[in-house]
Design a protein around this ligand. Structure first.
Ligand SMILES: [Zn+2]
Length: 228
């Protein structure tokens, strides 16, 4: 019965390990997803800077067109005040163009930075992907190993259980389930090692005699003689 208990404890331990596997897998997958979305976010940023830069180029273009239109009109007019008004307008457009060009320069600096960030993030993401795929493979291996071990233990357990009296087996199984640790425990110096309470002298004597199945009066666990 102690061997049976040992197998049951191992089965319980493996079941617990198997239960953690999906969570571990989920953890790795969300790390991978986070790494991919970090790269995507930077790619989006690079695209946005490029779009902004194109928009500024267009803004310069329309002002250039306005300036050349005004210059043509200047040549066509004979009125001095009109000529001057157009001159002012040209100046205004030129000022605007200078400002836009300053913005363009800033955007180019920003673009370089974002591109460098993206390259670094992509490198990091590649390493993360490698590491996580390795860990996922390891997890698969571990899962298979645990399943095999579980099958072996279950088979062995069935064989062991078949040799034990049915009533005793169901008593053992109930205890094992309810106690959470052990159903069969040693009696050491008249103390139950399951609940750490002293048993009666009569109980202790029955355990020592070893002729029947004796339970601890306090916790109900099945007692065996530690042989001290
Ligand atoms: Zn006890």
């Amino acid at each position: 019965m102690l061997v049976l208990q040992d197998r049951d404890q191992k089965i319980r331990q493996i079941q617990n390990e198997i239960k953690t596997l999906p969570l571990q897998r989920q953890n790795l997958e969300s790390q991978l997803a986070a790494s991919v979305s970090a790269v995507d976010a930077l790619k989006q940023k690079v695209r946005q800077v490029e779009i902004d830069r194109k928009r500024l180029e267009l803004d310069v273009g329309t002002r250039d067109e306005s300036i050349s239109r005004l210059k043509t009109q200047q040549y066509q007019t004979r009125k001095n005040d009109e000529f001057q008004a157009m001159g002012h307008e040209i100046e205004r457009y030129e000022n605007e163009i200078r400002k836009i060009e300053d913005e363009e320069l800033e955007l180019m600096v920003q673009a370089d930075k974002v591109k460098a960030d993206l390259a670094a993030e992509e490198k990091k993401a590649a390493a993360t992907k490698d590491s996580i795929s390795r860990q996922l493979v390891d997890l698969e291996d571990k899962s298979r190993t645990l399943e095999t071990r579980m099958q072996d233990l279950t088979k062995e357990r069935t064989e062991l259980a078949s040799k034990i009296d049915e009533d005793l087996l169901s008593r053992f199984e109930r205890l094992f389930k309810s106690k959470g640790d052990a159903a069969v425990v040693a009696l050491e110096h008249e103390v139950c090692t399951g609940c750490h309470m002293k048993v009666t002298t009569a109980t202790s004597m029955h355990v020592r005699a070893g002729k029947e199945i004796v339970s601890c009066e306090q916790c109900g666990r099945i007692l065996y003689d530690a042989g001290e």
